[in-house]
Design a protein around this ligand. Structure first.
Ligand SMILES: [Zn+2]
Length: 259
């Protein structure tokens, strides 16, 4: 059993599944992926992602997030309200995000990103649902804002920072999610960080369609590949991929339950 804590289902090219979501859903079940959280980056994706969640059944549970990615236009980020987020919650909405700070592509909209990030945190606290944090080239500002807003319920997604960052996030109560990056040859430093983390606080994700794990590098990433992320962490922890799949699924249960 595997839980893909972060995937962008609406960005997938489904040509090899005859352009039908049925094909991907069958392949996910085949790969023992029993749960996936489909992530929203902008509000006009809401209906298409909600349609994916409506395909959930006894063997595959698909939930979603509601939120605005920090790379959205500054005017969109600057004007988002808690109500924009809370009014979109329904019973398949598991989290808010992905939000956070990203100064890599554009550091000219820090204030707008910070406003949006804080607004997502407030909505998360009000709805008692976790937040999904994206951080890139914004190490200190991300930690400062998480601390200032007492953000204690959520995920640092696609984690690539150092142990000091992970420790501060864990101390707040957040979970650390690893993507296919942890499987890359060049990622020994990241695996060394992972090895120091408590097993009951880690999650796995594909971030598909990006960042396909070894041995699928260069291909479009899919939720069906999340067992490969588990396999990379399995080597780090001396466990089997199945054990990592079970542990990270149990962790995701606790995350959703707010524990
Ligand atoms: Zn993402």
């Amino acid at each position: 059993m595997f839980t893909d804590s972060h995937c962008h289902l609406t960005y997938l090219n489904l040509e090899h599944y005859d352009d039908a979501c049925d094909g991907l859903i069958a392949a996910m079940k085949q790969a023992q992926v029993s749960r996936a959280m489909a992530i929203m980056c902008q509000f006009d994706e809401f209906d298409d992602i909600a349609a994916w969640t409506s395909r959930s059944d006894d063997t595959l549970n698909i939930g979603m997030s509601v939120g605005l990615h920090p790379c959205q236009p500054a005017e969109v980020l600057a004007s988002v309200t808690e109500e924009d987020l809370l009014s979109r919650v329904h019973d398949k909405v598991w989290a808010f995000g992905e939000t956070g700070l990203d100064y890599h592509w554009d550091d000219g909209k820090k204030a707008a990103q910070k406003h949006s990030f804080a607004t997502h945190i407030h909505a998360s606290q009000q709805a008692k649902k976790p937040i999904i944090v994206h951080t890139r080239s914004a190490y200190h500002d991300t930690l400062d804002l998480l601390m200032a807003e007492r953000c204690e319920h959520g995920i640092i997604h696609c984690f690539t920072e150092d142990y000091a960052f992970a420790k501060r996030a864990l101390d707040l109560g957040l979970y650390i999610s690893f993507s296919g990056i942890v499987s890359f040859n060049k990622s020994q430093a990241l695996r060394d960080v992972a090895a120091k983390l408590p097993l009951d606080r880690i999650l796995i994700e594909t971030d598909s369609p990006y960042l396909a794990p070894v041995p699928k590098r260069g291909k479009q990433n899919e939720p069906t590949f999340v067992p490969h992320v588990a396999a990379a962490l399995a080597k780090v922890f001396g466990k089997s991929a199945e054990e990592i799949g079970q542990i990270t699924s149990d962790n995701f249960d606790r995350l959703l339950a707010g524990k």
